[in-house]
Design a binder for this molecule. Structure first.
Ligand code: CA
Length: 229
């Protein structure tokens, strides 16, 4: 198996060392830098599979690094997990809108940290494999081309908007999306969809999904994610 490369951009040395040690132990090739400028420079040079990006950095902050990498066609494919502190919810939203893939709030448990990293890299791999036509999660089956959803083998009738939201979230389990990102994917149905309307749609969707509604998780202050863990 080819070793995945991870770049850590974090100025706090103890956190840097802790995650470097544990990611290396998991078999990843890990490189660390302590500032946004160096992170940007190193990411452009080495094109890692994943960037662990602290938002609060001296000099150029994490959001700016994210903006520059996701806005450049040479580097936009690099997955980014943001490291955030308490109270940075609006920064998380901005980061996700800029294209970051996930975030982890400090302080975090190592177990959760490692599982998020694995999930992020796994999704990346699946994304580059051929188009799947059916998504299956235990009692939930989503037939993409046919716009059909089955819960415990029973067909569930969804509206097109509900289906699109479910498909969008379920294609990337574990990834957090803001309401704005969800609006962007379901737009074009002939009527305006607002952030509020997304919440309304989610309520309806969960009701119809019944026993498997738990898959659609609310991420407070941020948005929603499909959680199959
Ligand atoms: Ca920091």
């Amino acid at each position: 198996m080819q070793n995945k490369t991870i770049l850590i951009v974090e100025d706090e040395e103890d956190i840097q060392e802790l995650i470097k040690y544990n990611l290396t132990k998991e078999g990843y090739q890990v490189h660390c830098v302590g500032s946004g400028e160096l992170g940007l420079q190193e990411a452009r040079k080495s094109l890692p599979d994943l960037l662990i990006l602290d938002l609060m950095l001296p000099g150029m902050n994490g959001l700016e690094v994210c903006r520059q990498l996701k806005g450049d066609s040479n580097t936009h494919h690099i997955s980014i997990i943001m490291l955030t502190a308490k109270g940075e919810e609006s920064d998380i939203v901005v980061g996700l809108e800029l294209g970051a893939d996930d975030y982890i709030s400090k302080p975090f448990s190592l177990k959760i940290f490692l599982s998020r990293v694995k999930a992020c890299l796994r999704r990346k791999q699946e994304e580059t494999s051929p188009e799947q036509t059916i998504l299956v999660f235990q009692d939930l089956e989503i037939q993409l081309g046919r716009y059909e959803v089955f819960v415990k083998k029973e067909l569930v009738k969804l509206t097109l908007t509900e289906f699109k939201i479910l498909e969008f979230l379920a294609r990337k389990p574990g990834w957090v999306f803001t309401r704005g990102q969800i609006v962007d994917t379901v737009r074009g149905d002939g009527y305006a969809i607002t952030d509020r309307a997304i919440d309304f749609q989610i309520v309806g969707l969960r009701k119809k999904l019944g026993p498997v509604a738990k898959y659609i998780e609310t991420v407070r202050g941020v948005g929603y994610r499909f959680s199959d863990i």
